[in-house]
Unconditional design. Structure first.
Length: 256
């Protein structure tokens, strides 16, 4: 096991209260993330409280508090997502709520305040789909790379990514060695950059209206010559009975 930010000995006693052993975290695949200050995957365990056992489902994570040191925290799984009026000192507006509900990301870098230390920091806010709760990725703990899947980023593109915006990149090289285009953005819930591939249909939707195929092509009216044979003069369309003109009245002869 590679060196981690924290050691097992620092948290062993606290985890014993939850009935969680090192072997159990290893089996769940969350030990390394946990000791590096990241959240584990969803795990289930029993905790005894006042001689009563309670089954808990959620994620474990560590917080280094200024007064009590390293503390184990638990994020339970919620049935539905509830977005508060404010979160870590940031007030959500209508557009923010829409982005979090529909896309799972706030989509911008915002100023937040640590609820334990009161320290102001910048970060990205997203939704953890496994627990239906808000999560934060600190800006100072995430580095934008110089290149992405074979594409070298310009200074402007790096700045846009740092600001939490989505940028469109062409010619990215996938794991299969094939190029593709995608929108790239910092994802708080993934703790990484997210890639939304652009399909042919998505590209068509971004074309100007003049380049888009009409939904209902115009119906062409048949010309008079359409039904005539070669060498024949086109005949005018026959009138229906409803369009026939009345015959002129017959003239009467002189009376004798």
């Amino acid at each position: 096991m590679q060196p981690t930010r924290y050691t097992w000995e620092q948290v062993e006693k606290q985890l014993a209260r939850y009935g969680i052993t090192k072997e159990k975290l290893e089996q769940s695949g969350g030990l390394t993330d946990f000791l590096n200050g990241r959240r584990t995957g969803v795990i289930r365990f029993e905790r005894t409280w006042e001689n009563q056992k309670a089954e808990l489902t959620g994620k474990l994570y560590l917080v280094n508090t200024p007064d009590k040191g390293l503390r184990v925290h638990f994020q339970t799984v919620k049935q539905t997502l509830t977005i508060p009026e404010t979160y870590l000192g940031y007030a959500f507006d209508a557009a923010d709520r829409q982005n979090l509900h529909k896309r799972g990301e706030l989509g911008k870098l915002v100023e937040l305040k640590d609820k334990l230390t009161g320290q102001v920091f910048k970060g990205y806010v997203g939704v953890d789909p496994e627990t239906n709760s808000l999560t934060v990725l600190r800006r100072d703990r995430f580095a934008i790379p110089e290149t992405l899947k074979g594409v070298t980023l310009t200074p402007e593109q790096k700045t846009q990514l740092e600001d939490g915006k989505a940028i469109k990149l062409h010619g990215l090289i996938g794991a299969d060695g094939k190029p593709f285009d995608a929108y790239v953005q910092v994802s708080a819930r993934k703790r990484a950059l997210s890639f939304a591939r652009i399909t042919g249909q998505a590209q068509a939707q971004t074309l100007p209206k003049a380049q888009q195929a009409p939904e209902n092509p115009p119906v062409r009216r048949p010309s008079l010559a359409a039904d005539s044979q070669p060498g024949e003069k086109p005949q005018p369309p026959k009138q229906t009975s409803a369009l026939r003109q009345p015959a002129p009245p017959r003239r009467k002869g002189p009376q004798r």
